[in-house]
Design a protein around this ligand. Structure first.
Ligand code: BGC
Length: 740
């Protein structure tokens, strides 16, 4: 008996050695149980190592337990090339070129959630193939001023549009077992002084304008990580901001994911411990040189944190919570053995980029018969402008990429028309001839010896007998343009482009302007140019997508995700003076006195000033006629809905897509409200002569405003208008009902 007991005891004691899987590795066990088991096996030092970086873009995991490293990557338009362990310089890999997808402004301009899902799935596959656990994007900071150098990385001025478009992107990426990291939470609405700006904003504005897209990302998209922003809010840096992270994100929204700091956005150990930050990155951006032994050990959440625990100044409760969240992210990504393998630079990704690009291009103006182009043998097409040839995937800051290929607009036009037409190129102006970011070079030689006057004269000379003159200019990704860490100095086009366009408009009535930018620009010549396209940064397939639209192979269907003001003086952030373009080392308070009146919410109230192009504006090569909107009920009860339907007909002669927009207006409320707010949109495709009925369902949530006194969303009884529109300034029909 004794011997039997001894044998049984030995078997039990050695069971794990003979293959009993520990709970944290056991895929049959619930994740939360596995997290607790993993946590219970970790030493204090191992836990601390998980909450801060070990290199520019990774954190270490726990090698002893086989818990893998977490690798992050920018984001948000393609997968950033590999950099050295401790530096921003290139690692020099030869297998890390990617597909550049269109910038997020372009995605938002599609107003098509299917495009967003396709985008997320495709970029997620690239991230997965490159073995990343976190994709640093997408960004949903609201477009408050056209000077913000980073607007191109965001989804426009409207919280509803950004919220609707971010959700499918997140789901698409995360279906690959790669976490999105929605950024920059929150109130990071300009770049100059991004580390020292202290935003002062009232609660109503915060909840109605600046938070909804993040909330949608958390509650509907289910993002597994979020990045804190560089700026301060109420005097506390947003990467460890008690109100934003503890109260709102985790408290009110029930977020269970990881909060990642922006690179170098952590400033204080105690705040970082208590205020919800989980992973600290980039605190010493020049790598190891700033540390005594190892810079990463000096991170706010590294040795200083360990010391506080060892001295008994603080317990491990917060640390355990942070590690739990990181483990949860690991189980969702790198530890999920069923996740797909991903793919890199696949043809389907190029197709996706081209499709999204084509759908995002906005036809701003089209009078006359220039577009779509009809090209025959002998047609002469003159292309003018630096942006026709300049590679746009290099530059702009952290979203800069190393692409496998990039089709320039000129290449796209030559490819589409070159077999029949004569395509001539003229430079027109010299912008920025450099082409390098963090060691990635475009390899382009854009040097030019002609003077500005000569360049214009040469372009004009070629324009005189051209059947089409296509000016391709706008901004680029250089500093003080569409570029991180700096803002633009004005609304106008740089490099003297207005003079080139005006000279061309004088010389020919066959002028098409293609503006490439992620921001609104002033167009003092708009009245003299028959056709204008807004073409964004489209990435690898830029030239193809632009040629698709010019040729009519793709009928444009993009709509502006932000207002194009006529003048900077018409933008409320600037009217009320709360924006500083002047770099400042000390904290600078920026009051968002423009409140909820951002973009069309402001222009709607103006009698005299009209925007150059309104939010939601975008033309097609066909025409759409809207019928009278029909309500299913004139009364809505508190927990009910009303639906509004409208028949839309394609009255032109080619197939096209239209974005039908629904804006809700509250006739009378106890607080001032915008005239109307976007609460629904649908993109439909119609053959010539075809009609379709579009139906929107509206509930109480769509009628509510945020009452700061009660700290809740309130829909007050009364009369509401439902505006069916083709743009914010183009309401096609209105019906009203009463909320009882
Ligand atoms: C940017 C982030 C980016 C990070 C890592 C920061 O400078 O603000 O958006 O993800 O760098 O490159």
């Amino acid at each position: 008996m004794k011997i039997l007991n001894l044998i049984a005891g030995l078997v039990a004691a050695s069971a794990p050695m003979f293959g009993q899987t520990p709970v944290y590795l056991d895929e049959t066990k619930p994740v939360e149980e596995r997290i607790e088991d993993a946590l219970s096996r970790m030493t204090l030092e191992e836990k601390i190592s998980m909450v801060h970086a070990q290199s520019k873009f990774s954190s270490p995991g726990v090698p002893r337990l086989g818990i893998p490293e977490i690798w992050t990557t920018d984001g948000p338009h393609g997968i950033r090339p590999e950099v050295l362990w401790d530096e921003w310089d290139q690692a020099g890999w030869t297998n890390d070129s990617c597909v550049a997808f269109p910038a997020l402004t372009c995605l938002a301009a599609t107003w098509n959630e299917e495009m967003s899902a396709l985008y997320g799935k495709s970029i997620g596959e690239e991230a997965r193939y490159r073995n990343k656990s976190i994709l640093l994007g997408p960004g949903v900071n609201i477009y408050r001023t056209p000077l913000n150098g980073r607007n191109f990385e965001y989804m426009g001025e409207d919280p509803y549009l950004a919220g609707q478009m971010v959700v499918p992107y997140i789901r698409g990426v995360q279906s690959n077992g790669v976490a999105t990291c929605v950024k920059h939470f929150a109130l990071n609405n300009h770049e100059t002084n991004r580390h020292t700006t202290n935003v002062i904003v009232d609660d109503r504005t915060l909840y109605e304008i600046y938070l909804p897209a993040f909330k949608a990302a958390v509650q509907e998209g289910g993002t597994w990580s979020i990045m804190g922003s560089y700026n301060l809010y109420e005097g506390e840096h947003c990467c460890h901001n008690e109100r934003l992270l503890n109260d709102i994100l985790r408290g009110e929204w029930g977020y269970d994911g990881v909060v990642v700091s922006d690179w170098g956005g952590t400033h204080d150990t105690d705040q970082a411990i208590r205020n919800g930050l989980d992973m600290e990155f980039g605190s010493w951006t020049n790598g190891l040189s700033a540390g005594t032994k190892n810079a990463y050990e000096n991170y706010f959440l590294a040795y200083p944190y360990l010391e506080r625990i060892r001295k008994g100044e603080i317990g491990t409760e917060e640390l355990d919570e942070k590690v739990r969240r990181i483990l949860r992210l690991a189980y969702r990504t790198v530890l999920d053995r069923s996740r797909p393998f991903g793919s890199l630079c696949s043809e389907s990704h190029y197709e996706a980029a081209r499709r999204i690009g084509g759908e995002g291009i906005v036809l701003l103006k089209n009078t006359g018969d220039l577009l779509p182009m009809t090209v025959e043998k002998g047609t002469k097409i003159l292309v003018v402008g630096e942006n026709a040839v300049k590679m746009m995937t290099v530059g702009g800051g952290s979203s800069s990429l190393k692409v496998q290929r990039e089709i320039s607009p000129l290449e796209g036009i030559v490819g589409r028309f070159g077999n029949v037409a004569e395509v001539v190129y003229e430079r027109g102006y010299v912008g920025d001839v450099t082409g390098e970011y963090n060691g990635v070079t475009t390899g382009q030689d854009l040097s030019e010896s002609r003077s500005a006057e000569e360049l214009i004269a040469d372009a004009v000379a070629e324009a005189e007998d051209a059947d089409y003159v296509i000016f391709i200019g706008g901004l680029n990704k250089s500093r003080y343009q569409d570029c991180e860490d700096s803002d633009r100095s004005g609304l106008g086009l740089p490099y003297g482009q207005d003079a080139v366009i005006e000279a061309l408009a004088e010389a020919t009535d066959r002028l098409i302007v293609v503006n490439i930018s992620g921001n609104a620009v002033a167009m003092p010549w708009a009245g003299d140019v028959p056709s204008i396209l807004q073409a964004w940064y489209i990435g690898s397939e830029a030239g193809h997508a632009i040629a698709d639209v010019l040729s009519g192979d793709v009928n444009p269907s993009g709509k502006l995700p932000f207002t194009f003001p006529a003048r900077l003086e018409d933008v409320p952030a600037h009217i009320f003076g709360e924006y500083t373009g002047v770099p400042q080392r000390d904290t600078v308070d920026i009051r968002y006195k423009d409140g909820i009146y951002v973009g069309y919410r402001w222009t709607d109230l103006q009698k005299k000033t009209k925007p150059l192009f309104a939010f939601g504006h975008g033309l097609s090569y066909t025409e759409f006629e809207y019928g009278k909107p029909v309500l299913d009920s004139k009364v809505m009860t508190a927990d009910g809905t009303v639906t509004v339907s409208v028949e839309v007909t394609n009255t032109g002669d080619r197939e096209g897509q239209e974005v039908v927009q629904l804006y809700v207006g509250d006739r009378k409320a106890s607080l001032p409200r915008p005239l109307k707010e976007l609460k629904g949109f649908k993109k439909i495709s119609l053959e010539p002569g075809e009609s379709r009925t579009v139906t929107f369902s509206v509930d109480k949530e769509d009628l509510a405003f945020f009452d700061p006194e009660k700290h809740e969303w309130v829909a007050e009884p009364g009369v509401f208008d439902l505006n069916i529109a083709a743009a914010a300034d183009d309401v096609r029909g209105k019906v009203s009902f009463e909320l009882k």
